[in-house]
Ligand binder design. Structure first.
Ligand code: NAD
Ligand code: AKB
Length: 312
């Protein structure tokens, strides 16, 4: 019997992941949980529990008492927020992971999903079509925490037979919930500003290319990885996953296909340096070969769906 706990359910990924998991496996079997007291409107159709991932005893007690079988651990500080509070970011991003990996090591959990990021790469990584295995010297506290997390996931898998699965998500683009403090957030905000004001000021410069993905692809990829048989999961650090890649200028041009008068200008800030340290595009051949991953949304299709759904 599957009983899933999604920790950090109220965020950009968690909201859509909970909705999809409930649709697939039954509302009562998917428990949303977040540090926030209130359950978001969209998730009120099923169970919700307030949990702080930093409260190790409370998390352990809840998982053991409720016979949870799988955890998706999404609670973290993202790249831009983490740079402003490095000590706390390191603590939050690492401690929660150990709590969950230890529960899996003790066989209280059958499976764990923990997301990594393209932030594991750094300025010395080859930028185009970045391979799965390459130089990894992240220059942000967020990237360092994700890289350390990947190493620990692989260590627990190899030494304690923990079934942990992970994806290095690119920047995710969605309309059901807002992003939570990343460097790629501009690519969501631009759609709100396009609908509301028909103009946008980008905090990244016009030719800053980054790997991105529409949320439907990310959720499908996540569940496909979690549902594939254990033998198919050959990488226990984290899989490269590619959706599409574009610059702010190209994204603006894509919006102009639907709103010809849309205007963009550029005022870059501290996030430019973070973006400059990340890849332009990602090679995801291992995900394709091991468990059949294939993205469905390109820039045009994503732009169309975003403009149709973001409120004016
Ligand atoms: P988000 O910031 O939107 O959501 C994180 C959620 O965690 C929030 O609802 C927050 O309230 C909750 N949270 C924070 N501290 C908590 C705590 N102590 N206990 C319990 N919950 C807590 O983040 P997201 O975009 O949904 O990202 C989820 C995960 O995916 C993160 O690990 C992130 O690094 C990773 N990721 C996201 C992206 C992206 O573009 N969104 C890309 C790469 C990787
Ligand atoms: C961020 O910008 O911090 C995230 C990520 C790519 O990990 N969207």
């Amino acid at each position: 019997m599957k009983k899933v706990l999604v920790i950090g359910s109220n965020g950009q990924i968690g909201t859509e992941l909970v909705l999809k998991l409930r649709e697939m496996f039954g509302t009562e079997n998917i428990i949303a949980s977040d540090i926030k007291q209130d359950c978001p409107e969209l998730l009120k159709n099923g169970p919700y529990v307030q949990l702080d991932i930093m409260d190790r005893p409370a998390v352990r007690e809840y998982i053991i008492d409720n016979q949870v079988t799988e955890v998706y651990l999404l609670a973290a500080l993202l790249s831009a927020t983490a740079e402003k509070n490095p000590d706390f970011a390191w603590k939050l991003n690492m401690e929660g992971l150990f709590t969950i990996l230890d529960l899996a090591k003790e066989k209280h959990l059958k499976k764990v999903f923990w997301p990594s990021s393209i932030a594991v790469f750094g300025p010395t990584t080859p930028k185009q079509n970045t391979p799965q295995y390459t130089v990894m010297e992240p220059s942000t506290v967020y990237g360092i925490s994700k890289q350390a997390g990947e190493r620990w996931c692989e260590y627990y898998a190899q030494n304690f037979d923990v079934d942990v699965r992970s994806i290095r998500y690119p920047g995710l683009i969605s309309y059901k919930s807002l992003p939570g403090g990343g460097t790629t957030d501009y690519a969501v905000d631009i759609f709100y500003k396009a609908k509301q004001n028909n103009k946008f000021t980008s905090f990244l410069s016009e030719n800053t290319r980054l790997p991105m993905m529409f949320m439907d692809d990310a959720i499908r990829g996540t569940i496909e990885l979690m549902e594939t048989s254990k033998e198919n999961v050959k990488i226990r650090s984290s899989y490269n996953l590619s959706g599409c890649d574009f610059t702010p200028k190209e994204l603006a041009e894509s919006i102009q296909k639907f709103q010809p008068d849309f205007k963009i200008d550029y005022e870059f800030d501290f996030r430019q340096k973070i973006a400059d340290s990340w890849p332009d595009s990602i090679c995801d051949e291992h995900a394709l070969n091991d468990w059949g991953w294939k993205a469905e949304f390109d820039l045009y299709k994503m732009t169309k769906v975003m403009l149709e759904n973001v409120p004016a």
